[in-house]
Ligand binder design. Structure first.
Ligand code: MUC
Ligand code: MG
Length: 372
């Protein structure tokens, strides 16, 4: 029997990070997640998460705006609706509300979790079925200190948890950043893949200089070196160097990726459920990327376990993630609000197997970290 949505609750949850996490635009000491609980008239509950980085430092939605816009505009469109078609509900939201992709992704995640529990299948099954049960996952080195980053990477390699690393750069002069990256690559050697994320910090001429030096240092991939909207610069850089470029902030959904492909971009694409508006749209983006010959990467906005699980379910349905994934968000946090943490081992993370997202809230922890 089809169930009906009866109740949608949103809350802000603040959890400190295990160390400062430095990006070109901000330094994080705490992560704020918007957690959603959708209830139906049969007593089931779906969990969702909408998370960004550094308040409004990274993008146009803040945790507070995500919560406010769900409560005021999006949730009322779902209350009383039957749950038989997630795509119908998603269309209902997109016809009435523009933008707000993180808020929409959080709601879509909760709807998928609820539907999966209702039908007794994992979210990956709702998305077409898992091809993989273990998703490769790198670690991001972003302490801002070269020696600390090397020690962190070596400990993770020794424990077998990660062997691929992404370095956040762009806040310092390009020469300093390149020296930092080259020192880490030299210390880790060829057994570790080292990539960088510039988070839009370079203009095209700085990127030309930086990418040449990074290529010489043996770096495998350069993520979003130039500003998000400067697509032509990204295309020119992708054609100038053999070191590949990963487009991140510059592309949110299938339409953006189509435009970039038409202009001649030949790099990879960071897929994120939060950018695209949910797991379903992230998979549309993956289809256009693959059809254009672009390699795929499972990206994060540093979500906690709920958003990370939703992403993992989506990525598990893709035939190939050429650049693996960065679904490490829960590991950057000092604590978790779910009972059974996601399982990280052997340079990756397991795809949850239970119905829905396959995770359960720890009510005591949630009460502890929930913003009063
Ligand atoms: C980004 O731009 O890729 C992903 C990992 C990380 O450290 O920051 C995010 C955002
Ligand atoms: Mg990025």
């Amino acid at each position: 029997m089809t169930s009906k949505i009866t109740h949608i609750e949103t809350m802000l949850v603040d959890i400190p990070t295990i160390r400062p996490h430095k990006l070109s635009m901000t330094s994080m000491a705490v992560q704020t997640m918007v957690i959603i609980r959708i209830k139906d008239d049969q007593g089931r509950e779906g969990l969702g998460e909408g998370t960004t980085i550094g308040g409004l430092a990274y993008g146009p939605e803040s945790p507070e705006s995500i919560k406010m816009n769900i409560d005021t505009y999006l949730a009322p469109l779902l209350i009383g609706q039957p749950l038989h078609s997630i795509k119908l509900l998603v269309q209902r939201l997109s016809m009435s509300v523009r933008g707000n992709m993180i808020a929409k992704s959080a709601l879509q995640t909760a709807l998928l979790d609820l539907q999966g529990k209702h039908l007794g299948v994992p979210v990956s099954t709702l998305l077409g079925g898992a091809i993989h049960q273990h998703i490769p996952c790198l670690w991001v080195l972003a302490s801002g200190d070269t020696d600390k980053d090397i020690a962190e990477a070596k400990a993770l390699i020794a424990s077998g948890r990660h062997c691929d690393f992404k370095l956040k750069i762009g806040s310092r002069h390009v020469n300093e950043d390149v020296a930092h990256v080259a020192a880490i690559k030299a210390a880790l050697g060829n057994s570790a893949s080292v990539r960088v994320d510039v988070n839009q910090a370079w203009d095209e001429s700085t990127a030309t200089k930086g990418m040449a030096a990074l290529q010489d240092a043996g770096v495998d991939l350069v993520e979003q070196p130039t500003p998000a909207k400067e697509w032509d610069a990204l295309v020119r850089l992708s054609q100038k160097f053999t070191i590949p470029i990963l487009a991140d902030e510059g592309v949110a959904d299938a339409a953006d990726i189509f435009q970039l492909a038409q202009r001649g971009f030949n790099g990879g694409i960071a897929l994120k459920i939060a950018k695209a508006g949910g797991p379903i749209e992230a998979l549309y983006a993956a289809t256009v990327s693959s059809a254009s010959g672009m390699g795929l990467y499972g990206g994060t906005l540093l979500e906690g376990s709920i958003g990370t699980a939703a992403s993992i379910h989506a990525w598990s349905t893709l035939p190939k993630l050429h650049w693996g994934s960065e679904m490490f968000g829960p590991l950057l946090l000092q604590d978790d609000i779910i009972k059974q943490p996601l399982r990280y081992h052997d340079n990756g993370v397991d795809v949850p197997q239970l119905p829905g997202l396959g995770i359960e809230i720890d009510e005591v922890k949630l009460a502890l970290y929930r913003r009063k």
